[in-house]
Design a protein around this ligand. Structure first.
Ligand SMILES: Cc1ncc(COP(=O)(O)O)c(C=O)c1O
Length: 381
């Protein structure tokens, strides 16, 4: 038995995506910057992928810049917007992904910016009144707040926050790595200046993503080199990655309603089964609120038990892959900065289950049964 419930870390490649990528791995190998026929063919494919992505997100092709993934895109927007606009104050939160948290932390350590942390409520939701106050106190700031939290699934109201940022002339970046391909973003309807995406979060290939940079809020390039990506990101393009990214996004949009329905039903089943089978189970952040959270993520804390510390390991032995918070920090001893920011006085651990279109109700039942038996819940009742 092999069950994969770690889809917020990465998702399996869709075979349809692989088929679209294959010709660009084998036959169409030209360098898109070459002006001969081999190059021109590949250039045309890249530009058509860019057009397709832009049309799905309702922006212009020139506003989409391909990167190596979410981390590079976040780093680029943050560092370059600060440099381009001489920004001194940055408003962010304590539960951002490390790609944002560490980038901003390092710039603050160098004395280049001052950080201001917006208050969060007990579930991890951003306090918009406090954000408004911080914006008033810090004109021309950069605001960096993620659309959906990768550990606890909290969702930010992007439209409201972009309105606030617009009123106060702030540059607004949102890490949308967990939501591109899972929600339909209409960039013509909100004033966010920069968002980020990684194809492997929605059944595309790894090592490819993009940033959207609004055309009236351009930033200087982050990676210096060749003139690729309209001088915005030097380096020969990851051609088959770009083709796979566009295909994965096309499929995600095509089948989104069906996938949302399927995944929400899995999540709801897991919540109910956990509540019924494991006394004292808790859900972190907003993740158990089906309609107001990232539907792909459920963050679970289990009652105190001698079995807790070995739980992920024991699930793994049973063929079940889940994550202890953020997979990006697995192997580090510091635990989850998100959970310690939200629950400072408890040392509660968490298991993050994250779902995809490929999971089944039978898998959910199997996992809950295994959890109950590993926790020896009969003894807890
Ligand atoms: C919210 C968020 N931002 C950024 C990233 C980084 O993306 P990548 O691993 O593609 O660089 C991740 C990946 O886990 C993420 O979940």
């Amino acid at each position: 038995m092999s069950i994969y419930l770690d889809n917020a870390a990465t998702t399996p490649l869709d075979p349809e995506v692989f088929e679209a990528m294959k010709p660009f791995m084998l036959e169409d190998f030209g360098n898109p910057s070459s002006t001969h026929a081999h190059g021109r063919k590949v250039r045309a494919a890249i530009e058509s992928a860019r057009k397709q992505i832009a049309s799905l997100l309702n922006c212009t092709p020139g506003e989409i810049i391909f990167t190596s993934g979410g981390t590079e895109a976040d780093n680029a927007i943050l560092a370059s917007s600060i440099r381009t606009y001489g920004i001194k104050n940055v408003i962010t939160s304590l539960i951002e992904h490390h790609a944002v948290e560490l980038t901003l932390g390092n710039l603050a350590k160098q004395g280049l910016i001052k950080l201001h942390f917006v208050n969060l409520d007990e579930k991890g939701q951003v306090d918009l009144d406090h954000l408004n106050t911080l914006l008033k106190e810090n004109p021309n700031a950069l605001v960096s707040l993620m659309h959906a939290n990768n550990e606890i699934g909290n969702i930010l109201d992007l439209e409201k926050v972009s309105e606030l940022c617009d009123q106060h002339k702030a540059y607004f970046h949102s890490d949308t790595v967990q939501t591109v391909g899972h929600f339909k973003h209409d960039l013509s309807k909100m004033k966010v200046h920069g968002i980020t995406a990684a194809a492997h979060k929605f059944h595309g290939p790894k090592g490819i993503g993009f940033m959207f940079i609004r055309k009236d809020k351009k930033i200087q390039p982050f990676m210096q080199g060749g003139a690729q990506e309209r001088n915005m990101r030097g380096g020969t393009e990851n051609v088959y990655g770009i083709i796979g990214l566009a295909k994965a996004l096309e499929i995600a949009y095509r089948d989104m309603d069906e996938h949302i329905h399927h995944i929400k039903s899995l999540k709801s089943r897991m919540i109910e089964r956990l509540k019924n089978n494991i006394p004292g189970v808790m859900f972190n952040g907003n993740s158990a609120d089906l309609d107001n959270s990232l539907y792909t993520v459920l963050s679970v804390s289990l009652p105190e038990s001698d079995e807790n510390s070995m739980l992920l390991f024991n699930l793994d032995l049973q063929g079940i892959s889940a994550s202890g918070g953020s997979a990006c920090s697995s192997g580090t001893a510091t635990g989850s900065h998100v959970l310690s920011a939200l629950y400072p006085e408890s040392n509660r651990g968490a298991i993050r289950f994250s779902f995809s279109k490929y999971n089944t109700p039978e898998e959910i039942d199997f996992v809950v049964d295994k959890l109950a038996s590993l926790l020896k819940v009969e003894a807890l009742k």
